[in-house]
Design a protein around this ligand. Structure first.
Ligand code: SF4
Length: 325
């Protein structure tokens, strides 16, 4: 979702007075609720009981003139068609792509941001360099949530923060908790206050990292909303993350970041976009072993993460902290 936000910016540039609405899942919606280029965010809870007919009715009621589909599912193609949107543009490799009036080939060698922006070609337009800007916003409410968690953890409001994000849905994209803890201890020794962040599903790993760092670390996993992630990034002097959502939110907020890549590689198109970022990874012939990583190493050795020591990650942190990225 974060890597689609430049497309919203570009569509607003092309159609400044149009009503520009987005359909997405309830889980992703918080990331775009504050996007200034969108008028409304409509949610479609496909796993939670919203049938296809419900979303088709919603779209039909909006009487849209144009359907632009960065999502390549057959369901997305079908919804636009069933809702009777008169002009529809999508990717050639989407499911049921024949339902689109304009199909665009995805430039697979490019970053995901540029792949999404390629959809403009289906509208007879071209991306401009000013489009290539990520956006994730938040409100005063999220800023207050962050301040409350920090104050509850005894962290002074003006303390320099290191934010560690050790979670990922995919096990092969998670660097070791011990490594995060070692980096956290060293950054605390450098005078930063360390906050461990994650969603509700990351509580276990975040707890292990925070305990490994010691009493000065604040374990904030599952304690603030997804939207608050952007507010956290604005407070960070340095962010250490796996190849997961915080990487892209950090890039959107311009937070200095160190990203640890394991089973995935930059040429898959989901690397850091803008911001002061260092990537730590090792060169192995088995990388990448999947587009999104997997739940276990297919070779059983998990060297892509096992060979990354805390020293390399810490050195990268000190580079971005010193402005050397
Ligand atoms: S196969 Fe290689 S890239 Fe994939 S998880 Fe194992 S070590 Fe990592």
């Amino acid at each position: 979702m974060v890597l689609t936000t430049p497309l919203f910016r570009a569509l607003r540039r092309l159609y400044p007075s149009a009503r520009l609405d987005l359909v997405t899942t309830p889980a992703a919606a918080p990331l775009v609720e504050e996007d200034p280029h969108l008028d409304r965010v409509l949610t479609y809870d496909k796993g939670g009981g919203d049938g296809l007919a419900a979303v088709v009715r919603k779209i039909r009621a909006g009487r849209y003139d144009l359907w632009v589909a960065p999502h390549r599912s057959a369901r997305t193609s079908l919804v636009g068609a069933l809702a009777g949107v008169p002009r529809r543009v999508g990717f050639a490799d989407a499911g049921l792509a024949f339902l689109y009036h304009g199909v665009v080939h995805r430039p697979l060698a490019r970053h995901e941001v540029d792949r999404n922006l390629a959809l403009l070609r289906g509208l007879g337009a071209a991306p401009e360099s000013g489009d290539r800007v990520l956006h994730v916003g938040y409100t005063e409410l999220e800023a207050q949530q962050v301040s409350a968690v920090l104050s509850g953890a005894g962290v002074p409001a003006d303390a320099p923060l290191a934010i560690l994000c050790p979670g990922s849905v995919w096990a092969t994209k998670r660097w070791q908790a011990d490594g995060f803890a070692a980096v956290g201890r060293a950054l605390a020794g450098d005078g930063l206050r360390v906050v461990v962040l994650g969603g509700p599903g990351d509580r276990d790993v975040a707890g292990r990292v925070a305990r490994g760092i010691g009493p000065g670390a604040a374990d904030a996993a599952g304690r603030t909303s997804l939207k608050a992630l952007a507010a956290w990034m604005d407070r960070a002097r340095v962010v250490v993350t796996n190849d997961s959502a915080p990487l892209h939110v950090a890039a959107a907020r311009g937070a200095p970041t160190v990203a640890v890549f394991g089973a995935t590689t930059l040429d898959l198109g989901f690397g850091p976009f803008h911001g002061r970022t260092r990537v730590v990874q090792v060169d192995l012939p088995c990388r990448p072993c999947g587009l999104h990583g997997g739940h276990r190493c297919p070779h059983g050795h998990f060297r892509c993460m096992g060979q990354i020591g805390p020293g390399a990650v810490l050195a990268a942190c000190r580079q971005v902290l010193g402005g050397g990225a």
